[in-house]
Design a protein around this ligand. Sequence first.
Ligand SMILES: NC(=O)c1ccc[n+]([C@@H]2O[C@H](COP(=O)([O-])OP(=O)(O)OC[C@H]3O[C@@H](n4cnc5c(N)ncnc54)[C@H](OP(=O)(O)O)[C@@H]3O)[C@@H](O)[C@H]2O)c1
Length: 342
Amino acid sequence: MTIRDHAVAGHDAAARVRHLARATLAAQLARRLDTESVRVTEFSAWGTGVRRLLAAQRPEVTEPYLLVSLGTGTSVLLAQGMGVSRVGGTALGGGTLMGLGGLLLGGASFEDILRLAARGDRVHLLGRDREELEKCAADLQARMSPPATVGFTLCDLERPETFAPAVAAADAALGGFDTAVITAGLFAPQARLQADREFTRRLLTVNFAHTVLLCEHLREYLLARRGGTLCVFSSVAGERGRKPVVLYGASKAGLSAYLEALDHTFRAAGLRTICVKPGFVRTSMTAGLPEPPFAADPDQVATTVVRAIDRGTPVVYAPPIWGLVMLVIRLLPRAVMRRIGF
Ligand SMILES: NC(=O)c1ccc[n+]([C@@H]2O[C@H](COP(=O)([O-])OP(=O)(O)OC[C@H]3O[C@@H](n4cnc5c(N)ncnc54)[C@H](OP(=O)(O)O)[C@@H]3O)[C@@H](O)[C@H]2O)c1
């Protein structure tokens, strides 16, 4: 008899003992309760229970559906009509989910994992154009699941006096918030900026000075709540001094440097700063411009940014390929940068 046979024989014996114990317990229970006992298999008990729960709580759900039981193991059942049949399963169960969830999500509880799965983050919009905000809020509201009201407050990056009231309004509307995302910014091609000193002043102010001031309001707010996430859109244009983006690039370089230092200074206190560096994205900002390689749609960028917010990634290139491109650009000698038009 090999060691492996021992293990199988041992397993069979243990299974027989468990079966006997169950049968004895069932017989004893029937005797003590002095009533007729009915034997129901585990799977059909689950099916009946879930059918009743669904009828009471989610009557709109119609069969067939999958019923997943996550216990010490995981079973997947197909519920059809009054019957259920097992379609698959795994020995990995709740313990594995909690272990992986804890590692991936920083000690999240089972409820946290369910909450994140359902997502349904609540949102309050800030912006300078009431009509645009109304449209955006209505659009977001229609997509929210579970349904939630999306409010908005006027906040103009050219008017720093609007910052504190806007943060307070968002706080009141959401009953406190833990994440702020700043996407606003101005852009114009280098030739227009060189010819228009007033627009250059506005762009430098909005993209750098006043975005930093708004970040300072949010830093104070989030730290007072013992931490949170501040996610701000900078640009790959700020990575090196480049001929086509002398002024716009400078505003974003300043912003990126500020965000990096903010992250170094306050991460230990609970403030996670995320600097987003998009490449070329097809939005109203770039409408009519020639498309470079790796041009992306806003949805792609949004997916990358949401993942970075969840993970607390300090610098995120969107789409990620720009991380590689910029690695090369950062390594190029100054003399090469001077010669190329990039
Ligand atoms: N698109 C790209 O290729 C690209 C690449 C790299 C980085 N980025 C950066 O990504 C961010 C988002 O850009 P986007 O492509 O979505 O640009 P966009 O479509 O032009 O949107 C820019 C937003 O900024 C808002 N804004 C401008 N000035 C403002 C002010 N004074 N106060 C409040 N809001 C103001 C605009 O609001 P209104 O609707 O009121 O005008 C608009 O909603 C920007 O920071 C941009 O620099 C974009």
